[in-house]
Design a protein around this ligand. Structure first.
Ligand SMILES: [Zn+2]
Length: 257
């Protein structure tokens, strides 16, 4: 069954039908979901989801564009909740120069501190990096992130960057963008990266695959990504589902189902 390694079901886009939708996932072939915190409030909601749904796990952390809210006290709180049994990662953390807010020094400071936190508590990291390839890589190398481990979520760079992160032992997160007509670069990365190092993700409610591009995304759309990846890799969809599920369990250090 499919493992969705990156979702935001706490988003208000799901307020109307969250219970119904989440109750239906397992019967549609979704085995597990990691809900990813993007702010302190989002992390709180993520923890609630992991308590409510047996097949949900959580990542706790603050997205680069939300780091203006961070202080020592909140960082300490993140450390505390990272000890909850269903918390499997620190994330999403990183750098985002597309939105470029707050200023880069603030983003960098809290990226570094959250990398440090992950090392301290012994959890992998979920990295968000947009239009910030060089700084992200430099900071991760300086922090010896290879020893921490994790995933570059919604991978948006080229083969050269993919090589760097693969060498560091990281996984590459791939979602709906793979099905877009203009996704040449990501298709190249998907062809280049060993299948053992690719994990599936939705980033829902964002980034729905074709034929639902622009609509609200959910884990139910992952078969479209599986189909595309199967073609690129010359494998069957069943093989893609099985291998990426195993990868996700390795990434988040969960036992086999
Ligand atoms: Zn995300």
């Amino acid at each position: 069954m499919i493992f969705d390694t990156h979702a935001h079901y706490d988003d208000e886009a799901f307020d109307e039908d969250r219970e119904e939708l989440l109750a239906s996932l397992r019967e549609h072939g979704i085995e597990a979901v990691v809900n990813v915190g993007a702010s302190i409030a989002g992390t709180k909601r993520t923890l609630e989801l992991t308590r409510r749904w047996p097949f949900f796990y959580g990542a706790v952390g603050v997205h680069p564009n939300e780091t203006a809210e961070l202080d020592e006290e909140k960082l300490e709180w993140l450390k505390q909740v990272s000890a909850e049994p269903k918390v499997v990662a620190i994330g999403e953390i990183g750098l985002d120069y597309y939105w470029d807010d707050p200023e880069r020094d603030v983003q960098k400071k809290w990226f570094d501190r959250q990398l440090e936190l992950a090392r301290e508590v012994g959890l992998p990291v979920v990295i968000h990096s947009r239009d910030a390839a060089k700084d992200t890589l430099d900071m991760m190398k300086a922090a010896k992130a290879g020893e921490i481990g994790g995933v570059i979520h919604c991978f948006s760079y080229g083969v050269e960057m993919a090589r760097e992160y693969l060498n560091m032992g990281f996984f590459i997160g791939i979602g709906g963008v793979l099905t877009f007509k203009n996704a040449r670069k990501l298709k190249e990365v998907a062809a280049y990266a060993p299948i053992e190092r690719i994990v599936l993700e939705t980033d829902c409610p964002y980034l729905a695959p074709v034929p639902y591009r622009g609509k609200r995304n959910s884990s139910l759309n992952l078969p479209y990504v599986v189909e595309e990846l199967a073609q690129i890799k010359g494998l069957t969809p069943e093989e893609i589902v099985e291998i990426t599920n195993r990868n996700a369990r390795r990434l988040y250090r969960l036992g086999d189902q």
